[in-house]
Structures are given as structure tokens and as C-alpha cells.
Write a protein that binds this ligand. Structure first.
Ligand code: NAP
Length: 282
């Protein structure tokens, strides 16, 4: 792609958008790589989405997409196989005049686990329990299947949403109620919280982790607070834990590479910058 003729900016769209930490991450990488360009927040109301996308190539190289637009953008761009599997797009770029989209949340989730809990997916294929059946849970279930999971149990308050994920992704993904959790945890090597429970301002996530095997890994995709009560409880009983901030950092890397042509690294310095921002504005 000839980048010379493209605008120098990228952005993140959502509604609301003012709390997005994507500009902090992307502008850190622009500075680190000594690149001209910038990355900004754009508040796009649902009724304005079609017009925004039609005009995007005149102003931006591409954009990240967050709540509530991931599914609507999926329907409006040329989506790759990953985005088609989860019917949601979080990264858009312009290629030969066309808007193309992918979903990097899945990559971000897996890269975070690879770094935070090396060996989590072996030697035996993972047996996974996912709490939650929203957009994030569906992507995570898909990613875990790609990585060879032997079973993926999706546990959700609203049964129809867990059923929908199990139907869309097929065997070995199954749908369950919360009252089955105790039994599921006995046999699980990876527990994922993909609900919003435990996030600052949301109800707590209180579950009994004692049935977990000592070698099970526990990860939470909520990252405010950084150590959620779930992770604190898992750490206390000796399980390996991985916080959700790395998912946010890693999912940002493929977009930067598409727009600005360099593969950025997720470093301790970047993590410290974002942690300081979370502490200042939880
Ligand atoms: P979503 O589509 O709104 O799904 C929310 C999920 O939480 C649903 O399964 C919902 O269950 C469950 N839930 C909410 N309140 C509940 C309650 N009181 N009791 C039981 N279950 C409850 O959201 P999402 O996009 O999947 O995101 C989920 C969380 O992940 C959010 O906190 C988001 O910030 C975080 N996230 C983090 C990253 C990252 O990079 N680390 C990326 C994406 C998302 P029902 O279906 O029964 O409502």
C-alpha cells in the first residue's frame, strides 16, 4: 500500500468515546516510532455511522471501533474471516478505496494469555469455562477453538445468549446456567471472566473458586480495577492469573501496523503509562 497519498490520521469511534484509552496507546507508538501522524477520538452516534464511514477515507487511514458500533460496522465493510466468525469488527483500514475490517480483540486476548501464562494451552488441550455471553465472550470462544480447546463452556445469566454462541460456533462449545458452575470448575484448565461483573461501578463477581485445579489459569478481561476481586481470590488460592489490560494493549497492535506500517511492541513502559491513566481516571 502506498502510504504517501493517505491522510496521516487514524481514530477510534464509539458513542460515548471520551473514556477510550486507545489514543494513549496509539500516540505512544507513533512517538516511539518517530512517525508523523496522529490518532484521535471521534464520537459517532448510531444515526451518523453510515455517513462517517462513507467519508472516512478522506480524513483517516482507518479506525478502531468500540461500543455500540462493532456489529453495525461489520455489516458495512469488507470483513475478513475472523470478523465474519464473530460478526463484529473493531479495526477498519482503507485498501484500494475499500473499507476493510477485522476483529483484533481475539488476537489481543490470546496474545495476553501467551505472555501472561506461558504454556496455558498445553500439554493437554485447554478445557475452558467462559463467564458471560456478550460480544467479547463470543470472540474469546472462537479464539480458543482456533487454539485447539477441547471444550468451551459458556455460562451466562441470559440462557438465550449462551445458546446463541454455542449454536453459532458448534461443538465443542456448550451453553450453561450459573448453577452448573461448581461442576464445570472441577474440570477446567482456564477460567475467563467475560462479563462486566467486577468492574468499578458494576456489581461484584463472587464465585467459589475452591473447585478449581491448582494448575488452572484464571483471566479477567475487566481491567478497571487491574486486579479484580476474581483475580485476587484466584491468586490467593495459588492459581496463575492474567489481568485484562494486556488484552487491550495487544488488540491495538495490528491496527497500528495496518495504518502506519510498523509493528509496535507491547512494552512495560506502555503498560505503566496506561496503568497510570487508569489510576488517575478509574
Ligand atoms: P456485553 O455484550 O454487554 O456483555 C456483558 C456480559 O456481562 C453479558 O454476558 C451479561 O449477561 C453479563 N452481565 C452483565 N451484568 C450482569 C449481572 N448483573 N449478572 C450476571 N451477568 C451480567 O459486553 P462485552 O462487550 O461482551 O464486554 C464485557 C466486558 O468485557 C466489559 O466489561 C468490557 O469493558 C470488557 N472488555 C474488555 C476488553 C479488553 O480489552 N480487556 C475488550 C472487550 C471487552 P446477560 O447476557 O445475562 O446480560
Amino acid at each position: 500500500m502506498n502510504m504517501m497519498n493517505l491522510p496521516s490520521k487514524a481514530c477510534v469511534i464509539g458513542h460515548p468515546i471520551k473514556h477510550s484509552r486507545s489514543p494513549l496507546i496509539q500516540n505512544f507508538w507513533l512517538r516511539e516510532h518517530g512517525l508523523q501522524g496522529s490518532y484521535e477520538r471521534v464520537d459517532v452516534a448510531p444515526a451518523e455511522l453510515a455517513e462517517f464511514l462513507a467519508e472516512l477515507p478522506a480524513t483517516f487511514r482507518g479506525c478502531n471501533v468500540t461500543v455500540p458500533h462493532k456489529e453495525a460496522v461489520f455489516r458495512r465493510v469488507v470483513a475478513d474471516e475472523t470478523a465474519r466468525a464473530v460478526e463484529a469488527v473493531n479495526t477498519v483500514w482503507v485498501e484500494n478505496g475499500l473499507l476493510r475490517g477485522t476483529n483484533t480483540d481475539i488476537y489481543g486476548f490470546l496474545a495476553n494469555l501467551d505472555v501472561g501464562a506461558p504454556g496455558w494451552d498445553g500439554p493437554s488441550p485447554p478445557r475452558v469455562v467462559i463467564l458471560g455471553a456478550g460480544g467479547a465472550a463470543r470472540g474469546i470462544a472462537y479464539g480458543l477453538l482456533q487454539r485447539g480447546a477441547e471444550s468451551v463452556a459458556v455460562v451466562n445469566r441470559t440462557a438465550s445468549r449462551a445458546d446463541a454462541i454455542a449454536r453459532a460456533l458448534g461443538d465443542p462449545v456448550s451453553a450453561h446456567d450459573w448453577d452448573e458452575l461448581d461442576v464445570l470448575l472441577h474440570d477446567c484448565s482456564l477460567l475467563v471472566n467475560a462479563t462486566s461483573l467486577g468492574m468499578t461501578g458494576q456489581p461484584p463477581l463472587s464465585i467459589d473458586l475452591s473447585p478449581l485445579r491448582p494448575d488452572a489459569v484464571v483471566t479477567d478481561i475487566v481491567y478497571v480495577p487491574l486486579e479484580t476481586p476474581l483475580l485476587a481470590a484466584a491468586r490467593k488460592q495459588g492459581n496463575r492469573t492474567v489481568d485484562g489490560l494486556g488484552m487491550l494493549l495487544h488488540q491495538a497492535a495490528p491496527g497500528f501496523e495496518k495504518w502506519f506500517g510498523a509493528r509496535p511492541r507491547v512494552t512495560d513502559e506502555l503498560r505503566r503509562l496506561v496503568v497510570a491513566d487508569i489510576e488517575a481516571h478509574p
